[in-house]
Design a binder for this molecule. Structure first.
Ligand code: NAP
Length: 248
């Protein structure tokens, strides 16, 4: 399947913005979903690139609003999307004995339920066009036990499980579902801590490739998966972490 129209959630900055730009560089028209509705920064790109970026303000934690965003994209472009990258997410840290149910739910809503809502919103259109590709952005924290990160780790483990279940359930429709799980990537979530705190020094020793990733490196993987369209690849979690999760 050749992909010409794709949606990316959390595309206003960070990893999602890099993914949207990389897909647009490949000629794909990209629906850029975020609460702010801000487009990724396309300064320095080819002058025509921004015409392939469509901003859509939405909240991915509300299933009706997510479905409206997909409808708006189809209405404005006249095309049904053949792909979705569920990238929007949040991170919070809190000692587990003090974490409230509301705070736990907020992270699960933003990181895990939003993935299900996105998949549900695009499903009828993928059925109509005979298949498609959904890539969820998880995290290598999905299989680690990290202090004060119980909600985030649980939410990302759920992303892996949602990916596997939908991949199996929807394979007969030609719909593939993958989970791309990054390690430390320099974005607004952690830039201050990496560049000015002890985290940077720790990661230089801890990551076998000696430094955190850049959003572009995740974007190239995601765009590559869209370009290669390898039909037998589905349900997998693909780690991109410079080797951090497999070293001793
Ligand atoms: P980021 O720089 O904080 O960007 C998060 C994006 O999500 C923004 O575009 C934000 O836009 C959007 N967003 C958040 N909540 C939303 C909502 N309810 N509805 C719609 N959009 C929402 O984060 P990032 O570092 O790029 O992370 C992106 C994804 O990668 C997340 O799922 C994160 O867990 C995952 N990840 C990141 C790292 C890392 O080291 N950075 C590592 C592993 C996994 P608005 O504020 O405009 O809504």
């Amino acid at each position: 399947m050749k992909h010409s129209h794709v949606l990316v959630s959390g595309a206003s900055r960070g990893i999602g913005a890099a993914i949207a730009l990389e897909l647009a560089r490949q000629g794909i028209v990209v629906g850029c979903l975020s609460r702010s509705g801000v487009l990724p920064d396309f300064a320095g790109e080819a002058s025509s690139l921004h015409t392939r970026l469509l901003p859509i303000a939405t909240d991915v934690t509300d299933p009706a609003v997510f479905a409206e965003a997909v409808a708006e994209f189809i209405d404005k472009t006249g095309h049904k999307p053949s792909g979705l990258i569920n990238n929007a997410g949040i991170h919070t840290a809190c000692p587990s004995h003090r974490l409230s149910a509301d705070d736990f739910r907020q992270v699960m809503d933003a990181n895990a339920l939003s993935v299900l809502f996105g998949c549900q919103a695009i499903y009828p259109f993928l059925l109509e066009i005979g298949g498609g590709l959904i890539i969820n952005i998880g995290s290598f924290y999905d299989r680690l036990g990290i202090k004060q990160n119980i909600a985030y780790c649980a939410s990302k483990a759920a992303v892996g499980a949602i990916t596997r279940c939908l991949a199996v359930e929807w394979a007969k429709h030609g719909i593939r579902v993958l989970n791309v799980a990054p390690g430390y990537i320099k974005t607004d979530i952690n830039r201050e801590a990496i560049e000015h705190g002890p985290l940077g020094e720790f990661l230089a020793k801890r990551i076998p490739r000696s430094e955190p990733g850049e959003p572009d490196e995740v974007a190239k993987l995601v765009a590559g998966l869209f370009a290669m369209d390898s039909g037998f690849l589905t349900g997998e979690t693909i780690y991109i972490d410079g080797g951090q999760s497999i070293t001793d």
